[in-house]
Design a binder for this molecule. Structure first.
Ligand code: ZN
Length: 262
C-alpha cells in the first residue's frame, strides 16, 4: 500500500510527458520543491485537471512510487485569475518561476520561501497594483529569496572596509555579496587588473556601479516595505539597472553553486 501525502502547493512548472501525462513542479508548504506526475491528466475525463494548472495554488495529494511521485488529488484554492488575464503579469510569473527553479534545487521544506512565494503571487494577482510596481516583483522575489538562502546583500556598510555608505558612487560586488565604497572599488580593481584575470568572475569580483536610486529601491525591497515600495516612482532606466545588478548577482551565485557541486 502507498502512503498518501497531503499538502498545499503552487505549481510553477508544467511539462507534457508521453501521450497524456504531465509533470508538475510544485513548491509545497510541507516538502518544499516537488516534481509530481499527473497521470493521464490531459484526458478530458481526468478528475485532476480542474485542480492542477500552471500558477495555481492547490491542495494536493500524492503517492511516492519507486521512481516518482504521482498526483492522486488536486483541488484549486486560488487560481490567481487577474494574473492569468494579463500577458504582462503572466510573463512576470514565468520570471519568478525561473528564479525559483534556478535557486531551489532540492526537496526541503522552508516556511519562509513558502510565505515569500505566496505573498509575491498574491501581489502579482492584485489588480490594484500599479503596473510599474508589478515590474519590481521579480526583483522583490529574487533578492528576498537570496536572503533566505543565506545570500542577503549588504547595502548599508561597505562589505570590504565596513564604512557606513553614503548616497554617492557605489558598486555592487557579487563575490563579497554587497555594496562597496569608491576607495575599496579602486583597490580591488587594481588587484584584479594586476592578476590580469580573464576569468568570467572578474567583473563580479571587482564590482558594478549602482546609482543611489537603485540602492534605495533595493533597501526597500529587502526591508519588505510594501507600502513605501508601492508609492515609488519607477523610471525605465531604474528597471534596466535593477535588472542588470540582479542578473549579475544571480549568475554569480548560480555559477558558484555549480562550481562547488562539480
Ligand atoms: Zn570600502
Amino acid at each position: 500500500m502507498f502512503v498518501h501525502y497531503r499538502t498545499k502547493g503552487i505549481i510553477f512548472k508544467k511539462e507534457d510527458r508521453g501521450e497524456a501525462d504531465q509533470l508538475f513542479t510544485f513548491y509545497t508548504k510541507d516538502f518544499g520543491k516537488l516534481e509530481i506526475l499527473g497521470r493521464a491528466i490531459r484526458k478530458i475525463s481526468s478528475k485532476l485537471r480542474s485542480g492542477a494548472e500552471l500558477f495555481y495554488l492547490s491542495e494536493i495529494e500524492f503517492i511516492q512510487g519507486k521512481t516518482h511521485k504521482t498526483l492522486t488529488d488536486a483541488i484549486s484554492i486560488e487560481k490567481f485569475r487577474n494574473l492569468r488575464k494579463s500577458l504582462k503579469r503572466l510573463a512576470i510569473a514565468y520570471k519568478i518561476s525561473g528564479v525559483l527553479a534556478k535557486l531551489v534545487k532540492f526537496q526541503e521544506p522552508d516556511e519562509k520561501i513558502w510565505r515569500l512565494l505566496n505573498e509575491t503571487f498574491k501581489n502579482l494577482n492584485n489588480s490594484n497594483l500599479k503596473s510599474t510596481i508589478c515590474n519590481l516583483l521579480p526583483y522583490y522575489f529574487l533578492w528576498n529569496l537570496l536572503s533566505i538562502l543565506g545570500y542577503k546583500a549588504e547595502l548599508y556598510n561597505c562589505v570590504i572596509c565596513q564604512k557606513k555608505l553614503l548616497p554617492e558612487k557605489l558598486y555592487f560586488n557579487s563575490k563579497e555579496g554587497g555594496l562597496i565604497c569608491q576607495n575599496c572599488f579602486k583597490k580591488v580593481k587594481l588587484v584584479e587588473e594586476d592578476k590580469s584575470s580573464s576569468l568570467p568572475f572578474a567583473a563580479a569580483r571587482v564590482g558594478k556601479e549602482v546609482k543611489p536610486d537603485i540602492v534605495k529601491i533595493l533597501r526597500i525591497i529587502l526591508e519588505k516595505n510594501w507600502l513605501t515600495l508601492s508609492k515609488l516612482k519607477i523610471e525605465k532606466d531604474f528597471l534596466k539597472e535593477l535588472a542588470s545588478v540582479s542578473k549579475n548577482y544571480l549568475s554569480f551565485i548560480v555559477d558558484e553553486a555549480e562550481a562547488s557541486a562539480a
